[in-house]
Design a protein around this ligand. Structure first.
Ligand SMILES: Cc1ncc(COP(=O)(O)O)c(C=O)c1O
Length: 354
């Protein structure tokens, strides 16, 4: 089977995405999707774009989308880069910026795609332990580094760093590229975007998969100084000129312009997270303070793998990471009120509560 594999393919340890089950009745709280639909205006724009012009390639620069994102974030269109999900944007950033002669630093507990890209693209990397409360301590990054990537809020913990801490990190490292992955920032984190103006080494990456409920569309983007954005374009145009199709560009642009819907659905997710957290705590879970659309929780009476398997028996899917510091935890996405009710009911049964 492996006879025709390259050395690279043989040596990879690929990222394992959360399960996408085909069974409809499962309560799916395992991949941090939004429980609410995308903006109706985005759906309308995609329907309108599903016409004869699909025979033509899309705008390789996604100019309209970049202009909408620039207006939304208060930057210039030249400071915006878009890609096929923030995974692709981050992958390009690894090649274009983070690959330096000195090692890339990231937390020991973080998005598990980072070490995968490091391996694929041949970056040396070192992990920096989170503290005992699973927080990033920026002073721990004061060491020999070629670049830094930090997810803020972090995944899978949901714990956020204040913007002032990111500013301290940037003050410590003015001469190396720093990428802040803000996949979950819209649920209560403080974005580093306002720091871009004073830090030409800062790239902020965001996604439409979570707060804009467009995980199925695959749209992510980066904001930063024009120098960093140009490097990303060089890599993108050496890989795939058209990462975003016409439907994706139309839907994403309309979503960005529908600010009212965006704010309302973020607020609903935050309220849902607080309600779910209260219920989990009532059942005896220890829940980390989350600024994301999920809770990272452990129960003193049950191990993580055991609890995740038991929930699945009750048709509830959550994510479990079998790594030393996270094995006791479950990562539970905020669902609809009904989904959270079913999660809590299943947990009560498992724990033998009345
Ligand atoms: C921290 C973090 N960054 C990036 C991503 C990638 O998101 P997407 O490729 O859907 O934009 C995820 C997805 O779960 C994530 O958790």
């Amino acid at each position: 089977m492996k006879a025709f594999w390259s050395q690279t393919a043989r040596e990879l340890s690929p990222y394992v995405p959360g399960e996408q089950p085909r069974i409809a009745y499962l309560v799916k709280l395992n991949t941090n999707e939004s429980p609410f639909g995308p903006s109706p205006l985005a759906l309308e724009a995609m329907r309108a774009a599903a016409v004869d012009t699909l025979r033509l390639y899309p705008d390789p620069e996604a100019q309209e989308l970049r202009e909408a994102l620039a207006a939304h974030h208060g930057v210039e269109p030249e400071q915006v880069f878009v890609g096929n999900g923030s995974d692709e944007v981050l992958a390009h950033a690894f090649v274009a910026l983070l690959k330096q002669p000195k090692p890339l630093l990231f937390p020991d507990v973080t998005y598990s795609f980072y070490p995968v890209w490091a391996q694929l693209f041949g970056l040396a990397c070192e992990t920096v332990p989170l503290d005992d409360e699973m927080r990033v301590r920026v002073e721990d990054y004061r060491c020999e580094a070629g670049s830094i990537v930090i997810a803020n809020p972090n995944a899978p913990t949901g714990v956020a760093l204040p913007r002032a801490e990111i500013a301290r990190l940037l003050a410590d490292h003015p001469d190396i590229p720093v990428v802040i992955d803000e996949a979950y920032v819209d649920f209560g984190g403080e974005s580093a975007v306002p720091l871009i103006a004073d830090h030409p080494n800062l790239l902020v990456v965001q996604t439409m998969s979570k707060s804009r409920a467009l995980a199925g569309l695959r749209v992510g983007y980066a904001l930063g100084g024009v120098g960093l954005i140009e490097a990303l374009h060089r890599v993108k145009n050496s890989f795939n000129s058209y990462p975003l199709g016409r439907l994706a560009q139309a839907g994403a642009t309309a979503s960005v312009r529908d600010d009212a819907y965006f704010r309302e659905s973020c607020a609903r997710v935050v309220a849902g997270r607080e309600a779910m957290t209260r219920e989990l705590i009532r059942l005896g879970f220890v829940v980390l303070p989350s600024s994301a659309n999920f809770a990272f929780a452990r129960h003193p009476a049950r191990g993580g793998p055991e609890f995740a398997a038991a929930l699945r028996e009750h048709a509830v899917l959550v994510r479990h990471f079998n790594k030393p510091r996270t094995a006791r935890y479950l990562r539970i996405t905020v669902g609809t009120e009904d989904e959270v009710r079913r999660l809590i009911a299943a947990a009560e049964l498992i724990l033998g509560h009345e």
